[in-house]
Design a binder for this molecule. Sequence first.
Ligand code: GDP
Ligand code: ZN
Length: 374
Amino acid sequence: MPAKKKRKLRVDFRKNRERRARLGDLTRRAIDSLEQPAGPDAFDTHEAVSGKGDLSRRRTVIGTDDGGGVVRDVDPSKCLRGRVLTARGLHALVRGEDGNRYECTVRRVLRTMSREERNAVVAGDVILFQPATEGQGVIERIEPRAGTLSRTSKGREHVIVANVDQVLVVASAGEPALKPNLIDRFLVSAAKGNARAVICVNKSDLSDPAGLEPVAGTYGRIGYEVVFASATQGAGIGRLRALLKNRQTVLAGQSGVGKSSLLNAIEPALELSVSAVSRWTQKGRHTTRAATLIELGSGGWVVDTPGIRQLDLWDVLPEEVEGHFVEFRPFVTLCRFPDCTHTHEAGCGVKQAVRRDLVSRMRYDSYVRMTEGE
Ligand code: GDP
Ligand code: ZN
């Protein structure tokens, strides 16, 4: 459980204690900024990152936002549970636990309790609602959020999806070439957001299997599942479908690695499902598309957020990086200096472990690049 892992980190690493304190500050600042009304840019579709400049202005981060949900005492016997597929102001399209879709409004008292009207409910929220006639309903309670995805735009942070519990990190065996460093960055981002991560290496048809074994070995040893897939040849699709089942997953990965192709292979009725939801979204006065959940036939959701697929979910401070390289832990205690950064210092237990092949050189190189904050 992520919560447990967090507690353990606090005990083991002094650095991480500082990190948590910092995270708390960030979260508070995020909450403060949520109190400001959202500008018209809240759901800007032009999020695809083309260059470094854009990256620093508009970051998308996974984080925890425990205070985000609004819990209110209601009579559960009159309510259904549901999940918000997409939200538009104070209206939400909800999938009820009875399998039906409902167009819901948000109960007035929740609007005043929530920090920001525009974000009273977001895609992914788990809610209690009172069903009314003709597929309508009123949202009575929003459960506390975990694993939120938020976007910083012009210094303000907006929650765009709640309850993300998994990141599927997609890379490709070729065209574009596999970049372990990029995989590692996504893994750290997911860990920071307390989301589980699974690695998929797509386009395995473009590479000799022997060339991919070291990748599987490296990540397998540190506890990540690696799925080799080929969207065009149908390889690995069954396994991916099983991994996505009953979870709420964000796909992360460089453009062109085959995320859309994989989604289409996993969910053949994808286009249909997406268009039904976007028809509803477009009824609003905002023509830009909000984050939506794509429902998978086998149960579970994939988060579809304009621009997010290409985005680097990177928002981790250099000093936070070490705590997310789990395989360093046994060796950190062997470092001569308690504040060792495992880069230039003598007597470093981590560097020694790399020399002895106990820690992957590839992973260590990623670590160094990340701490340099490149
Ligand atoms: P995205 O940008 O990550 O969503 O990538 P796309 O799904 O748009 O795929 C980019 C290109 O890679 C397209 O031309 C696909 O046809 C191709 N592609 C996707 N999956 C595979 C695969 O498994 N093998 C090969 N050879 N090409 C693939
Ligand atoms: Zn060290």
